[in-house]
Design a binder for this molecule. Structure first.
Ligand SMILES: NC(=O)c1ccc[n+]([C@@H]2O[C@H](COP(=O)([O-])OP(=O)(O)OC[C@H]3O[C@@H](n4cnc5c(N)ncnc54)[C@H](OP(=O)(O)O)[C@@H]3O)[C@@H](O)[C@H]2O)c1
Length: 337
């Protein structure tokens, strides 16, 4: 271990509305020594995810908020460079919530060995990691699609949405994605095999849904909330299922929009809207991971990653994520594999 300096990105201020560079600090400190029973991990990949915005708030409905001066929480993939436990050996690649930093000490309880045979290491944070599991269980367990159903997914070109749409196609469903640029919508259709796409920034979503979902919507995988969700609710079929995954349209509002505004429509449609957390399926993640890896190997699922280089660029990339500038799963590469 030749490095002696650890660089971290810490939260320096709680963002007001959209985060900005001055909400983050790049701080240097000595690399910590692992104690008895611990390992030192050299981080290779950082995962940038919308939930991190919620953890920057002073209070959170179900998770612990970050403190000012704390390293930004987040999943990483890295390599064990020192081990003082028989549970891990030097050179093993692991995934875990070690935060935005170059080196981290862990007791190993929160680390998962990455199976490099399943795919590139970065996929352990994307399609074969938390976002992929979110898509798999959020669609299949909560959305319960049936062949012939129409499935609509919002934030469709992102880490979760791109996987939702492709699993929906495998399940034999008509699949419609909603995204924020023409390039993203074109990719959904010609790159990933979606049946139709809607650009919510340039199209009237309600009118577009009438056109591309002539038989109505049976499953809505909701990543965004707000006005897009309102528009989809007007197209639900009797017995529709809404898988409430996230509401990114509200994450940067200091005062969230009032809502849910069209919940009453679920009465007549005898529809079910159900929130979920990827962690509630943790005992089944391995099964989901193997199944998605199989689909990738068979060429039935593709994935797109958006890679930014350098720890110092993580805040800027995260700010971009909140504004839809990422195209696919957003990752920061901070050291060589
Ligand atoms: N329930 C769970 O356990 C769980 C787990 C993981 C993720 N999630 C949620 O899943 C959702 C997607 O996460 P992800 O990791 O896949 O992110 P992502 O889609 O890769 O990135 C976020 C995307 O959201 C879109 N967006 C941003 N602001 C928006 C707005 N105001 N209205 C509509 N779309 C907006 C942008 O795409 P466009 O260009 O299309 O606008 C942006 O690229 C988030 O809500 C996240 O919190 C939930």
């Amino acid at each position: 271990m030749t490095n002696t300096v650890n660089r971290q990105i810490q939260l320096s201020a709680r963002p007001a509305n959209y985060p900005k560079e001055s909400d983050f600090d790049l701080v240097e400190s000595p690399v910590s020594e692992p104690g008895e029973g611990e390992v030192l991990v050299k981080v290779i990949w950082l995962s940038l995810d919308p939930y991190q915005r919620g953890r920057m708030r002073a209070s959170h409905p179900y998770a612990t908020p970050m403190e000012l001066g704390q390293v930004i929480v987040g999943g990483v993939v890295g390599k064990i460079v020192q081990s003082r436990t028989p549970a891990f050996t030097v050179g093993e690649v692991v995934e875990g919530p070690l935060g935005w930093q170059e080196f981290a000490v862990s007791d190993g309880n929160n680390l998962r060995r990455v199976d490099a045979g399943l795919g590139p290491l970065s996929t352990a944070l994307g399609i074969l990691g938390m976002p992929g599991m979110t898509a798999y269980f959020g669609l299949l367990e909560i959305g319960q699609p049936r062949p012939g159903d129409t499935v609509v997914v919002s934030a469709a070109s992102g880490a979760v949405g791109q996987v939702v749409g492709q699993i929906s196609k495998i399940m034999g469903c008509r699949t419609v994605g909603i995204a924020g640029t023409a390039e993203k919508v074109e990719y959904l259709k010609s790159g990933l095999g979606f049946d139709a796409g809607i650009n919510y920034k340039t199209e009237n979503v309600d009118a577009a849904l009438t056109k591309v979902c002539p038989l109505g919507v049976d499953v809505y995988f909701d990543n965004v909330g707000g006005v897009i969700t309102d528009a989809v609710f007007d197209h639900l079929n009797v017995g529709a299922r809404i898988s409430i995954c996230g509401s990114i349209s509200q994450y940067n509002q200091d005062e969230p929009e009032p809502g849910p505004r069209k919940m009453g429509l679920l009465v007549g449609k005898q529809a079910r809207a159900q929130g979920f957390l990827v962690g509630q399926f943790r005992n089944q993640h391995e099964e989901g991971r193997q199944r998605i890896a199989g689909w990738i190997k068979e060429g039935r699922i593709k994935y797109r990653e958006d890679v930014v280089e350098g720890l110092e660029n993580a805040p800027g990339a995260f700010i971009g994520l909140m504004r839809g500038e990422n195209f696919g799963k957003l990752l920061v590469k901070i050291s060589e594999e």
